[in-house]
Design a protein around this ligand. Structure first.
Ligand code: LCS
Length: 394
């Protein structure tokens, strides 16, 4: 049989095997905080890292349930291994704390999730780490901002919430040339549509809260990369303790089994919703990587095999009209987060990105009129009908 299975088959099968104890068909939830050693010597070699195995659920590889999730997501991203976390922010924090020290420079995209911006701008800088936020969609700007002490380049593409797309391959090349690590937050695209490691990235990070879990019922994060990289995070994982719970790990495994199906529906719905919005007289602008009007449409086509389910748009009349629209929707939910089976709509400038100073928001396109929609897997006609009735009432 062919060795490398297709993506959808990997979603269903990768990392999983019948439970060796009782033959349970699906992965059991190892709801335990600790593991019993056969003898004192075994405990000692496990703690010394001389024997693989489980010790205590805070310490990687956590539990057999987590190990299955790591194998599955690593297979989907085409990476060697990974580490799960209690949230996407815990994952990004662990990357930063394990790879950066005082005097190092972190080069970050200027459009990232508000929490990531906050961590980089107001926490890392307190520990003597230099941080600059730049427009990663412009390769000249990236080149100009590299420093001798640049240790990490961090980008989100498509970026939350402006949907700006950056050229992963070119940026990772620049990172490699100066010996810096390249980290790509792949939360918006998912490995169904974008595989940053194949494009040269060192590390991929996800908020599992979004498409990986897929059902808006958990908070989690994961980092995927080379074994050596994951090992370099081990002490931060151990000493900071942002551990994913076993039940959340199991929910992520379950979610990933349908990732391919969900993402295809998210993307085909989003394309229809984006086209509807672009043609609507009350809409000023629409940003969706699958639309030829997207400023980086060519790069999106080059590095993505589909355009996922996130759209941002501006409404004529600005934020007051946007707020009315969000209050008028009936099928869509007015809620932050994204990547759920149901359609969510929110206002980044006053919600997910409200912590970013207004002058930075304005400069980077997180404008007050920007409304973000995470298109669900309902039928597109019903989502469009809901948006249409909400727009008609304005
Ligand atoms: N990376 C991206 C691209 C995100 O959108 C988020 C959360 C995170 C990381 C952090 O993940 P978490 O800790 O929440 O699991 N984004 C959110 C959003 O746009 N609305 O609510 C949360």
């Amino acid at each position: 049989m062919k060795k490398e299975k297709k993506f959808g088959t990997q979603c269903v099968h990768a990392g999983e095997a019948p439970d060796p104890l009782f033959g349970a068909h699906t992965t059991p939830i190892y709801q335990t905080s600790t593991f019993v050693f056969d003898n004192a010597e075994q405990g000692a070699v496990r703690f010394a890292g001389e024997e693989e195995g489980y010790t205590y659920t805070r310490v990687g590889p956590n539990t057999p349930t987590h190990a299955v999730l790591v194998k599955k997501i690593a297979a989907l991203e085409g990476g060697e291994t990974g580490q799960t976390f209690s949230s996407g922010m815990a994952a990004i924090t662990a990357i930063a704390l394990s790879q950066l020290k005082s005097g190092d420079h972190l080069l970050s995209a200027n459009v990232v999730y508000g929490g990531t911006y906050g961590l980089f701008s107001s926490i890392l800088t307190r520990f003597g780490i230099e941080v600059s936020f730049i427009d990663m969609s412009d390769l000249e700007t990236v080149k100009k901002n590299l420093r001798q002490n640049t240790k990490v380049i961090f980008l989100e593409t498509p970026a939350n919430p402006t949907m700006i797309v950056s050229d992963i391959e070119e940026i990772c090349k620049m990172a490699r040339d100066i010996g810096a690590l390249s980290i790509v937050d792949n939360t918006f695209a998912t490995p169904r549509f974008q595989r940053p490691l194949q494009l040269g990235a060192d590390v991929v990070v996800h908020s599992c809260t979004k498409y990986i879990g897929g059902h808006a019922d958990l908070i989690g994060g994961v980092v995927v990369g080379k074994k050596e990289f994951i090992k370099s995070m081990a002490s931060v994982v151990n000493y900071t303790g942002g551990t994913m719970g076993p039940h959340e790990a199991w929910l992520c495994i379950r979610g990933l089994k349908t990732l391919h199906l969900r993402m295809e529906k998210h993307a085909s719905n989003a394309m229809k919703v984006a086209e509807f919005l672009e043609a609507h007289p009350k809409i000023k602008w629409v940003r969706y990587p699958g639309l030829p009007s997207h400023p980086q449409y060519e790069i999106a086509k080059k590095q993505m095999s589909g355009f996922s389910g996130m759209i941002s748009f501006g409404i004529k009349g600005g934020i007051e009209t946007g707020q009315k629209l969000m209050n008028n929707v009936e099928l869509c939910s007015l809620a932050v987060s994204l990547g759920a089976v149901d359609t969510l709509i929110q206002h980044p400038a006053s919600m997910t990105h409200a912590n970013i100073p207004i002058e930075v928001r304005t400069k980077t396109g997180i404008t007050d009129d920007l409304v973000r929609i995470s298109v669900g897997i309902e039928e597109a006609e019903d989502i469009i009908a809901d948006l249409d009735q909400a727009l008609m009432k304005l």
